[in-house]
Design a protein. Structure first.
Length: 315
């Protein structure tokens, strides 16, 4: 039944049409590609990216689960890398007039969206900064074979799920009914969610090329993690910068309060057409406590224990 909704064209048509299908959360169905559930259009872009992206050793790639704080991480890493060029965070800073998603492109939502025109990445300044929701095993081969750095961000799956639920319902058109939390919960816990199963983060490579971050930790100690991030990205803060308050300047500029209050993030849209304001909701830890029943907590905790805690990831 879902096949009717798919508009498949081009060179990946045959491959995609053979993959297992599940009902999607918005319009498109999810296809199971190498163990990962991805919507039709996005999957076409993913395949193009896997085929064409050539990583450089100097690249920095942000790998995040959707709704785990990607927008925040994009803002922080952009501000870190460009702090010499835009030394005044109150004046003429790109983050004051652009949504972070327009400053750090996604492989699958921005760069590889047109199969006929591949992105020209040669003109980008170095280090190039990219972002993706792809799990480690689906990253383009050249990323894994190069010394390209990976910043990996994940979040407590319960908050991830709640964030998803609000976001998806904003994206569903008026003619579609709201997706009930228990319906989304059931799908999420079966592993069927965009780029899911959510427990795939246990598969992330652990090496000195990968920096592992967690949303909850970053909320607790943002200055500590910003410094760590700067060191990892090979642009550590100098003593002079520290004494001048550059760390706080960047944290304030990228804070939920600051970004969500900017005009551009209240009225603009990102390249994919999603309204900027949808990327900012509460920006807090533990909102799931307001929504989950005892039964839901029990059910998801069993999965977390089995699939994540075993791998050293407890939430
Ligand atoms: P909530 O829905 O829990 O509020 P993503 O950027 O990966 O789509 O994730 C969105 C989540 O990050 C949302 O969580 C959003 O509010 C939160 N967020 C956005 N900007 C943030 C910021 N600057 N600091 C902290 N959290 C932020």
């Amino acid at each position: 039944i879902y096949l009717q909704e798919i508009d498949l064209t081009g060179e990946y048509k045959e491959l995609i049409s053979t993959l297992p299908l599940e009902k999607g959360w918005i319009k498109m169905p999810f296809h199971q590609y190498q163990g990962c559930w991805i919507g039709t259009t996005t999957l076409q872009n993913v395949l193009s990216c896997q085929q064409h992206f050539q990583a450089l050793d100097t690249d920095i790639l942000l790998v995040t689960s959707p709704k785990s704080g990607t927008t925040w991480l994009k803002a922080l890493t952009f501000a870190l890398l460009n702090r010499k060029k835009y030394s005044n965070v109150h004046l003429n800073h790109p983050l004051l007039i652009s949504n972070p998603h327009d400053l750090v492109p996604f492989f699958e939502h921005d760069l590889y969206i047109n199969k006929d025109i591949l992105p020209n990445l040669n003109s980008l300044s170095h280090p190039r900064l990219f972002s993706t929701h792809l799990p480690y095993h689906l990253l383009p081969k050249s990323v894994k074979e190069s010394r390209c750095k990976i910043v990996y961000l994940c979040r407590d799956p319960k908050d991830n799920l709640v964030s998803f639920w609000h976001f998806i319902n904003k994206l569903r058109s008026q003619s579609m009914e709201k997706l009930a939390l228990d319906e989304l919960f059931e799908s999420f816990c079966r592993g069927v969610s965009p780029f899911g199963p959510f427990w795939k983060e246990s598969l992330m490579e652990r090496s000195n090329k990968v920096m592992f971050l967690r949303y909850e930790e970053m909320k607790k100690k943002p200055d500590f993690y910003l410094k760590k991030l700067a060191e990892f990205m090979e642009c550590p803060f100098s003593k002079e910068e520290e004494s001048k308050g550059v760390i706080d300047d960047i944290l304030n500029l990228c804070s939920f309060e600051k970004l969500s209050g900017l005009e551009v993030n209240k009225i603009g849209k990102v390249g994919t057409g999603v309204e900027n304001k949808y990327f900012f909701r509460r920006g807090q830890v533990g909102d799931w406590k307001n929504l989950f029943t005892t039964e839901m907590i029990k059910q998801i905790d069993i999965i977390i224990e089995k699939e994540l805690v075993e791998y050293g990831l407890s939430f």
